[in-house]
Design a protein around this ligand. Structure first.
Ligand SMILES: [Ca+2]
Ligand SMILES: [Ca+2]
Length: 506
């Protein structure tokens, strides 16, 4: 090799080193810049809230604060929980796994008993250096009895936990009307309280959130993940009396034609019916709806306080705001009340994501999405390391362009029958159709055409004209449902004695 050749090779080598070094420096700088400008997250969740909100087109319910958040973010028209019950839904949402992979199919359990090493959403943020705080209900609580405690919480998910309890929990239970004496949480129950907003648990939650935000504004050395879990409109529907005045009882809508509607339904579709609901008169139904709507508007006012504080402190421009609910809620449709059905009213939830500077802000996404999608969406938006086994989709592309189709469907499930050997119901929602199977179709199936039947009153599952469509939906549903299982193919079981998170070997 002559000298000229050697010199050329050396020059090339040095050039490569210089280019590589400059690329490394650039990547490092980009990384550091990204770390410095990492957005905060304000995650707001309401309990048992269906889509009775102004921004979802409800003709009566007043929700000005949530509506204005929808105006500045992306509103998901078709968002669905994965299981219409607090505990299973929240565990799924906060782990990014389907209930069949968390093993949490009931209340009063937590994923640390089944898959203790999995990182929860806020735990992932903590590991990336975020300050993660919880105020109120994020994991399951027995409402109202465990309001004011940690409930069935996961301590490893948070650095700070605040559990206020207001007059609705500490003072007013003797005054609450209930369909079932002395039962408030699982039963229709309500009360127009003489006490003002700030004395109620949700008012105190908002005050606590204001206080935490002030602390975060003062010390911006770390970004924050602040989760605020309001209890209303979960039963008992207790709200300050003036909110009831928005909703004259006689103007509350009553569902008609239930006897005719239920004739084409498999028994399990109505399996969430409760005996005490037979005590309802039209007058009581209207009282219940009035109180439910009043509780929504009261909760909305508290959401407004938190959002106003975020603006006032100058934090809004670098904070992603999420607003959602853990599942929907029936107010008499198909004769059903509350949750645990696979109909639209029970499976559907409001979902608004306002990410600063997202190109789709102000838009509406029509494609079906799920609460399971929140985890990968938020971690990606904040460049937080995401566990590889998450089962949802990153909604980032939809936040940029709400007309993006994304995955194109959402899956929800529920159980019926004995706890030891439950029967499963799965439902698949596409932009136009809902298809439901009970026990893989052995215990009935349902098909609804939302283009012509948004109230799901006509079950088309046995209509010959739809036979091919049903066969195709059935194949898809069974494949999608099988994919909700973890790699082992088995639903994780509760392991006795495990509760505390494993913080040292996650
Ligand atoms: Ca709930
Ligand atoms: Ca029907």
């Amino acid at each position: 090799m002559n000298t000229r050749h050697l010199t050329r090779r050396l020059t090339l080598l040095v050039s490569c080193i210089v280019i590589a070094a400059s690329q490394y420096t650039r990547t490092l700088v980009q990384h550091l810049n990204a770390a410095e400008s990492r957005p905060n997250v304000l995650f707001i969740i309401s309990d048992d809230l269906n889509n009775s909100l102004g921004c979802y087109g409800h003709p009566q319910v007043k929700s000005p604060n949530i509506d204005s958040l929808a105006d500045r973010g992306v509103r998901f028209e078709r968002s669905f929980c994965q299981f219409p019950l607090c505990g299973p839904s929240r565990n799924s949402m906060l782990t990014g796994l389907y209930p069949n992979s968390t093993g949490i199919l009931r209340n009063s359990q937590i994923f640390r008993q089944t898959i203790p090493k999995h990182l929860s959403l806020s735990h992932a943020f903590r590991r990336a250096g975020y300050f993660a705080a919880r105020i109120g209900k994020l994991y399951h609580y027995n409402v109202p009895k465990s309001v004011g405690t940690n409930g069935h919480d996961d301590p490893g998910s948070w650095e700070l936990e605040l559990n206020p309890a207001g007059c609705d929990r500490l003072l007013e239970e003797p005054d609450i009307f209930s369909l079932k004496k002395d039962s408030f949480g699982g039963t229709l129950s309500w009360y127009a309280s003489p006490h003002g907003d700030l004395l109620h648990t949700d008012g105190m939650l908002a005050s606590d959130a204001e206080w935490v935000l002030e602390r975060c504004a003062k010390d911006q050395s770390r970004p924050f993940f602040l989760a605020v879990g309001f209890y209303r409109p979960h039963t008992p529907y207790v709200a300050p009396a003036p909110y009831f005045d928005n909703y004259p009882k006689e103007e509350m809508p009553l569902v008609q034609g239930v006897d005719e509607d239920v004739k084409d339904l498999p028994a399990h579709a109505l399996g969430s019916h409760k005996k005490e609901h037979e005590l309802l008169t039209n007058d009581l139904r209207q009282q219940a709806i009035q109180a439910y709507y009043a509780s929504i508007t009261f909760m909305d006012a508290q959401v407004g306080r938190v959002l106003n504080k975020l603006d006032e402190l100058g934090l809004a421009e670098n904070t992603i705001v999420v607003f959602t609910s853990d599942h929907g809620y029936h107010l008499g449709e198909h004769g059903l009340w509350q949750k645990m059905s696979l109909f639209e009213e029970s499976a559907r939830v409001p979902l608004i994501i306002a990410a600063p500077n997202a190109e789709g802000n102000g838009g509406v996404a029509q494609t079906p999405v799920g609460l399971i999608d929140l985890y990968p969406t938020l971690t990606k938006l904040c460049a937080v390391e995401t566990p590889t086994n998450l089962q949802g989709q990153d909604l980032g592309v939809i936040l940029s362009d709400p007309s993006e189709a994304g995955r194109g469907w959402a899956l929800s499930q529920v159980t019926r029958g004995p706890r030891a050997k439950p029967l499963f119901g799965f439902t698949l929602r596409t932009p136009r159709w809902r298809y439901t199977e009970w026990d893989s179709g052995n215990a009935g199936h349902e098909l609804y055409d939302h283009e012509n039947d948004p109230l799901e009153q006509t079950n088309l599952a046995d209509v010959a004209q739809h036979a091919d469509r049903i066969a195709e939906f059935s194949r898809t549903l069974q494949k999608v449902a099988a994919n909700t299982l973890p790699e082992s193919g088995e639903i994780p079981q509760i392991r006795e004695g495990i509760w505390a998170p494993n913080l040292t070997d996650p």
